[in-house]
Design a protein around this ligand. Structure first.
Ligand code: SAH
Length: 269
């Protein structure tokens, strides 16, 4: 495994790494790893992992996927370790650019889909500005994966005619939720990154007119063998979660679809 700090400790050496000025620049592939179950990856993603010179991966990409890497592939972890900061986003962008300029074919492996709350947009923008070829390989995003593995259909002719993905994350101490979107009728709302703000999210929803009886599910480690699901309502899910804490990553699913089938109903009993 490569120590990423070396890339930043000596930038001059990085620039000198191409064997000669004629060396062809490499390309970067932003690849979706899927939500957890390592079999939920595309055939194209698997092939790119096998052919990569370097794989830059983060915490949500299942490490089992790294077994597809060839013997000489550099495996570079840029995710957050417990109690430590992750590599800042601008340095990740620069790392991808440096590797490509050194002639490497780089896979940037991201959990779920690179363009759904995955900062893929920022990485593409940076690479495009530098004239580096960049390709996107979509992955199954957590909402789609968790819907399938819990048998909660995100749309349903009888219950939901739209589905909205919202981030429940705080930025600079504030939540930036468009509550009108979250309160749309006949639709399913999926909150990413909302587990630690669940109480505030549900309190705000009720304060803004959401019925407390609206079905609500929390899906932790969705699609993985360790998956856990908690089902309740907007009014009681925070208390249920306090009794049965769930680990991250977790997704919040709100809408009548949560009770659209027997499986979710059974879990709630
Ligand atoms: N790009 C990713 C999302 C990254 S944001 C994707 O498309 O899925 C990280 C958030 O995604 C987590 O906080 C959590 O809300 C959700 N998430 C990712 N993997 C998950 C999983 N296996 N189960 C439940 N939620 C998951």
């Amino acid at each position: 495994m490569t120590n990423i700090l070396n890339f930043f400790a000596n930038p001059a050496a990085n620039e000198a790494s191409p064997k000669d000025a004629q060396q062809t620049a490499g390309e970067v592939f932003l690849v979706g790893a899927g939500p957890g179950d390592p079999e939920l990856i595309t055939v194209k993603a698997m092939r790119l992992l096998q052919q990569a010179d370097a794989i830059v991966y983060d915490r949500l990409a299942n490490p089992a996927l790294l077994e597809y890497a060839g013997d000489n592939c550099d495996l570079i972890y840029v995710g957050k370790k417990k109690d430590q900061h992750s590599l800042p986003q601008d340095q990740i962008c620069e790392l991808l650019a440096i590797l490509a300029r050194c002639g490497k074919n780089v896979v940037r492996l991201k959990g779920g889909d690179p363009f759904i709350f995955g900062r893929g947009g920022e990485e593409v923008e940076h690479l495009n500005k530098q004239g580096i070829n960049c390709h996107i390989v979509p992955g199954i995003t957590a909402a789609i994966g968790c819907g399938a593995s819990t048998q909660i259909p995100l749309t349903h002719r009888d219950h939901a005619h739209a589905v909205t993905f919202i981030t429940g994350h705080r930025q600079n101490g504030k939540m930036h939720i468009n509550w009108d979107l979250a309160l749309q009728k006949d639709s399913t709302v999926v909150f990413y990154m909302g587990l630690s703000n669940l109480l505030e999210i549900t309190t705000q929803l009720i304060a803004r007119g959401c019925p407390a009886s609206k079905p609500f599910a929390v899906v932790a480690q969705g699609t993985a063998q360790e998956q856990q699901v908690l089902v309740g309502t907007v009014g009681d899910i925070a208390a249920r979660l306090e009794k049965h804490p769930l680990p991250s990553p977790a997704l919040l699913i709100m809408g009548d679809v949560v009770r659209a089938n027997g499986y979710a109903q059974k879990l709630a009993d």
